[in-house]
Design a protein around this ligand. Structure first.
Ligand code: DGP
Length: 113
């Protein structure tokens, strides 16, 4: 996979406000927040989008979700947050390194826009 902004954040080539890190993933604040809390959880493994994930990535995908839950709790929103995964340009994906958006700190409408 080609290098993206997010692989540069993983490699500390560009700065980010990192709130959580372990051997499999990294979480950092979104540069263009859409809610009072807007954090991205990304795998360190290069996966462009969810549809590129393989069966062998199932544990990693689960880890991203449990990490998102842990980070939301860490931010004080353990039971009131929304997770979003944009998959592909038509869904609004702009950075082609898989990421889970954590949004919290305001109310959210349904259906999403
Ligand atoms: P998406 O549209 O789902 O691909 O979301 C990409 C998000 O990434 C978008 O909300 C803005 C954020 N973003 C883009 N570039 C950077 C960056 O260099 N640093 C940080 N922290 N966030 C970024």
């Amino acid at each position: 996979m080609s290098e993206t902004l997010f692989s540069k954040i993983i490699n500390r080539e560009i700065p980010a406000d990192i709130v959580y890190e372990d051997e499999q993933c990294l979480a950092f604040r979104d540069v263009n927040p859409q809610a009072p809390v807007h954090i991205l959880v990304i795998p360190k493994k290069s996966i462009a989008m969810l549809t590129d994930a393989m069966e062998t990535d199932e544990a990693l995908l689960g880890h991203l979700l449990t990490t998102a839950s842990k980070v939301a709790k860490q931010e004080g929103f353990g039971d009131a947050f929304r997770l979003v995964v944009n998959n592909g340009a038509d869904s609004g994906q702009t950075v082609f390194h898989l990421h889970v958006h954590i949004l919290a700190g305001r109310s959210f409408s349904w259906p999403p826009g």
